[in-house]
Write a protein that binds this ligand. Structure first.
Ligand code: AMP
Ligand code: MN
Ligand code: MN
Ligand code: MN
Length: 307
């Protein structure tokens, strides 16, 4: 079992197509891939639409299989803080999720337009045209940061967030995100599992993080990420403890966005130790129904394999 349950395509703020992610997943030898774009399902819909109905591998020795799980990463508001909830979904057409995501996308478009207007007002023009030409369904501040770098207004993305797009930035605009309850309920309405994303990345003290996890669990959340790119061993140990205290299953994923980042690649995160496997998300009672509702895609034997 080698899963990556968190990554992005160019339908949100990833740089790659969904098809690229599938070929990279085969290259890395993954068994399961969940595409989890911010607040949209277009990438996984495209992959599912183009996946084969069924494959008879009996006469194709050495062919490899990859399970494609439907996923999403929903931005939520928790006491004024932006929290991300990953959903591993059983179906794509559940009305409650569709309604929530269309509202989130609307919020994203409105916020992007408001940020573009603020940028215009300080003499940085062209953001709207830049955004309109992107393939993204979910517009993010990451896209606007790219624009600020490409237009020469900022040196790099970090600086663009600090000076313009972050909470204290010149062009900061808040968005009205869903509550934890709304996000978890919409995920569960598909038969899916709600996963608290990258808990160590929120600006929270230990006790506040524990309170967030308690609230997430009370809302019906059933898993949390305990391993992802750039997580140090001490933080990982702490997350394993917190997940166990709150009886949450352990999820893992790279949060891969782009090949430009030297510290992430698809499938790159510290693997779970054997002692942690009993609480891994693939031990969740609904895991199999989620995987079997997904699609399986196939690739010929790898060139470096012996057979
Ligand atoms: P949004 O969901 O529109 O607020 O956009 C947030 C996205 O921007 C995140 O998912 C990250 O991919 C990216 N991001 C957030 N903060 C930074 C940062 N300081 N530097 C680069 N990318 C960032
Ligand atoms: Mn992102
Ligand atoms: Mn996130
Ligand atoms: Mn992410």
């Amino acid at each position: 079992m080698y899963v990556d349950l968190h990554c992005h395509s160019h339908y949100s703020d990833g740089a790659q197509t969904p098809e690229y992610l599938v070929s990279a997943a085969f290259e890395r030898g993954l068994s399961h891939l969940a595409l989890t774009d911010h607040d949209c399902l277009c990438g996984i819909e495209q992959l599912w639409r183009n996946a084969p109905e069924e494959a008879n591998l009996a006469d194709k020795p050495g062919w490899r299989e990859l399970n494609l799980i439907a996923g999403v990463e929903i931005s939520c508001d928790w006491n004024g803080l932006e929290i991300h909830v990953v959903g591993l979904l059983r179906e794509l057409n559940a009305p409650a999720l569709a309604t929530l995501l269309s509202e989130q996308q609307h919020q994203r478009r409105q916020r992007a337009a408001a940020i573009a207007a603020k940028l215009d007002a300080i003499g940085v023009s062209g953001a709207s045209d830049y955004l309109a030409a992107l393939p993204a369904t979910a517009l993010t501040r990451s896209h606007i940061a790219d624009f600020l770098v490409e237009s020469g207004a900022c040196k790099n993305k970090q600086k663009a967030f600090k000076s313009h797009l972050g909470r204290r930035g010149k062009a900061y605009v808040a968005a009205k995100w869903a509550s934890l309850d709304q996000a978890v309920n919409a995920i569960q309405a598909t038969g899916g599992i709600a996963v608290l994303a990258h808990p160590s990345r929120y600006p929270l003290t230990r006790s506040k993080l524990s309170r967030l996890i308690g609230d997430f669990s009370a809302a019906g959340g059933e898993a949390m990420e305990v391993s992802y790119a750039n997580l140090d061993p001490t933080a990982k140990k702490r997350l394993l403890e917190l997940a166990s205290e709150h009886s949450l299953f352990y999820s893992c994923g790279s949060d891969f966005h782009t090949l430009d980042s030297q510290w992430t690649a698809l499938g790159k995160y510290p693997r779970l130790e054997p002692s942690a496997i009993k609480n891994a998300i693939w031990e969740h009672p609904r895991w199999h129904s989620i995987v079997s509702a997904g699609r399986t895609v196939y690739a010929p034997p790898s060139q470096d394999s012996e057979s």
